[in-house]
Every structure is written in structure tokens, then in C-alpha cells.
Design a protein around this ligand. Sequence first.
Ligand SMILES: [Fe+2]
Length: 423
Amino acid sequence: MKDRYDNSISTGSARARDAYVRGLDRFLGAELGVEEALSEAIAEDPDLALAHVTLGRYRQVMGDRAGAQAAMEAARGCGRELSPREAGQVAIFDMLIAGKTAAGYEAARAQLREFPRDVLTAQACLGALGLIGFSGRAGREAENLALAEELAPAYGADWWHQGLLAFAQLETGQLDRAEGNITASLAGNSRNAHAAHIRSHLFYERGETDAGYGFITAWRQGYDRRAQMHCHISWHIALWALERGDVDEMWRIIDRDVDPRQSSGPPINVVSDLAAVLYRAEMAGVEVPQARWQVIADYTAAHFPKPGLGFADMHGALSYAMAGRPEALDRIIQGAKGPAADLVRDLAEAFGALAAQDWERADHLLTRSLADHARIGGSRAQRDLIEFASLMVLLRLGRKREARRQLAMHRPRIALRNSLAGM
Ligand SMILES: [Fe+2]
């Protein structure tokens, strides 16, 4: 049997194959029903190892670590002899889900050299929150683009690949190329939430606030709120509402779709999206009630109790700083881990200085992090939290001309009408 990418899969059941392909496609498009489709595939053929692996990967992305490990255990327990590609995929996700990231990434790149259309492996490598995105390496945006381009001949006109290629391009400033690919991706699968999200980033990078807000608000109406990208897409809408000066709408979206008491986004999105939008609201001059900072600080403490993932720790540090929890903040400063630990430490200290209104110290630390904050992971839009914080500090220090120059050099196209008070 073959999957949608023409890879052979070891099953004798067409129904199992169809359900697996459906589940994988839903995962690649961040649609609802991944777990259901893959469970159906497993019910039809319990020895279809790749259905277990895909389920494990999906659960990992959704922050369900125990569920991911259980799925990998089931994958390993499958009795059937696997092809080299299938065995390779099981081994890679075994490592990744066990936290052996560096070895897993190396194995993933070897797998892609041999089987470039092993899409689950390619998906794990690419994107703002993928293995390259979170590698902490200098130049990781270029590395991400290089892999997306390297894979292009193998994928041709595939909606998943076109979307990830577009993201890689727009994050390195190739906005026109990105537009062609993201348009094709959406045409290939209009329900692809990653593509709708990446299209939103293109609007954002071009400073097209109203067009972006209109596009994604309309698109999201058909997107189930339980699906993977609903929280993060809502964050984009909330930021645009803020930029449009519609603060009431921003709070409505935060309360309904980002706040963990109402929404069910993956923890990495909730912790980064909620902390970021609250601070961006503060920087826009909106009063943010202290109780809101307590909510995100509690959430951080529950879901990321120990430092480890830099991108989460940086936003967790912000929530602790703003919630007035110096001991929790200090645990991140002292215990920062991983390949971007130096940046996590600087940013966590910077947020502490911001909360204490120690503008000189904040300026020193933020300026140092500006050199290469891409290493911390996430998108440029997400890391505008750092860029804006640095600008805000310059404004507080009465250095407005310097702030303007920095903005023109770093983020010349983005919209900044209402998002930064005093700019
Ligand atoms: Fe985004």
C-alpha cells in the first residue's frame, strides 16, 4: 500500500491506510480529528506502526507527553517487519519524544536525505517551533529555509510543503516568493490551518493590518476551537485588534480564545501567546489587571515547572516578572537550560528589570539580546515582543530618535500605529 506521498506502508488493509492518510493530513493541516482518524486506522490494523508514530507526534505537539510515550510504546510493540523508512521513522520519533533532541534531529536529516517525502519527519524539522526553530543555533532561519528549499523538488506542488516553504521565506524577508507559495498552499487545501496562519504572518510582515484582520477573522469562523492552531490564530487576531485600536475586541478574543480557562491550545502556545499579548497590550498603553498576570503565571508554573524549553521559559519569565513572583523568575534565571540558555537568562533578567522599571538595566540586557534573538525560536511576529520592549525602554529613557532609527533598521515594514505608546 502507498500513502498520499507515494511512500509504501506496511499494511494489508485499505481502510487502515485511508484512515492513516486522513489522520496524517489532518495533522499536517492542524485540523480537528487527528486522534479519531488515527485511532480508526489502528482499530483496522493494530500493527500499522506509522499510525502509532503519527499519533505520538500529534500528542507531543499538543503537550500530552504521557500519551505520546504510550503511542511510541505501541509503535515499538508492532509485530510486523518494517521497511527501512518505517523503521527509521519509528526510531526518530522514539528519540524526539524521549527528549533526545540532538540525536533525533541528526537521524531526521539522514532520513530525509534518503526519503525526502517522509513528511512527518520533514514536518518535525521545519517551522518556527520545529527542531531547527528550537535548535538555538545562530543562523537557524537560514537553515530552516535551506531545508525547505532542499526538499522542494521532492514535493512539487504539495500544499503542506508550499506552506512551510512560504513560512521559511517570509521569516527571511522573501515576502513576494512567500506570497506565491502560500497562495498555492491555500488553494491546494483551504482548510489547512497552518497555511491560513502563515498567510497571516505575511500580512503582518507587510504591515497590512486591516487586510490581515479581515482575512483571518473570516477564515477562523470555519475552524473548530478545539483544533491545534485555534489559540495561536486567535493571538494574531487579538494583536491586530490592538493595532486597530479596538481594545474591547482584543479582550474579548483573549478571554474566549487564548486564556486557558476557556481555550485548550497546546501549552507552548498558551504560555507564549497569553504572556505576549498581555505585555504587548501594556506596551500599547492598555491597563492590564494584575489578576490576568496571576492566571498566566499559575499556568506557567503548572505546565513548565522546570526550565528546559527556552521559548516557553522566556515567556514564563515574563509572566513571573509581571505577576510579582521573584522566586519563580529567579529559578528561570539560575536554571536556564538548553542551547539558548544564555538568551533565556538575559531576557528573564530583562523582564525582571522592566517590571521593576529599571530602564537602564533593561536596556542593557535587551540590547544584548537584539544581536540574535532568533536563536530563542518562534516567529518574527512573536519576537516583536523583544523588539517592542527594547523600543519602549528607549522611549522611557527619552531616546525617541534612537527608537525610531532602531525600528526602521529592524522592522521597517510592520504596522505600529497603536501598538506602542509614545512611538
Ligand atoms: Fe504566528
